[in-house]
Design a protein. Sequence first.
Length: 312
Amino acid sequence: MAVVNAAHLHLFLNHVPTVGLVLGVGLFLLALVRRQQVLERASYEVLFAIAVLTLPAYVTGLGAQAVLLDRADVSAAAIDAHQDAALLAFAGMQVTGGAAWLALWRLRRNLEAGPGVAGTVLLLAIVTLVLMTGAAAVGGEIRHPETRADDAVIASRGPMPVSSIGAFVTGQAWVWPAAETLHFIGLSLLFGVMAVINLRVLGMMKMVSFQALHRLLPWAVVGFAINLSTGTLFLASAPEQYAESVPFFWKTGLLAAGGGSLLYLTVADRPWAVDAGESAPAIDRAIATGALGLWVAVMYLGRMLPFLGTSF
């Protein structure tokens, strides 16, 4: 047995969305009570960062399932219930992170976040915290039979979200090709915008200010959302292809790191101050070089999944 497997990684990473979300909501409430925009910005950043880190936490659950499923002391029905609860919590966290990012983008452009934005983000975060807590509780029942319902009771609840989504994708001949098409469109949007902005930081297109290109960032987020949605469809319909795919886990980790570079370009002060004809500081050029490498690696690993490893 490997010293560290997907189950170990999942047990470590699944604390990020649960504990992190509690801290994020607490910081947000403190910001609203004290009416400090600096704290409010920080809470938006924390919520977006948690949303990005929730991606590897969710994906490693597939590998953990493959490791634990054949054990006699583990309930397959409880694993399925946890998987479905985790999907709902994952979706809620991504919506919350997207709303937090939009608020950050508007604030960076010296605009108001918008009427009701703070309340909306807080409501989404609280709902997601409830969903995340429920998913964590169900996950704990996998190895603790004294706290879970009988498998027959779990099975009697009917079709679950993940299995229903998987059946729909595999049962309709047009769904997978359509999702693949949307996936590549989303990737083109994401990489295209991130490439243009990072190349400007590196010194190209100096006739354009960074602030002007900053307007393009919402299109990158749209591309990211398309990729995330279609990628979730693939996971639900063919989990066995991804559960033990090392290149896929690397792609997921690099994608999360790329989300960090998106957050940096959204809120950082130094690139924002680069006007037309000016060069960005050396540290920002180094960050831009690393970000371009990250996105190229994500595309490479995604395209090479059928050829690397033994899962496909």
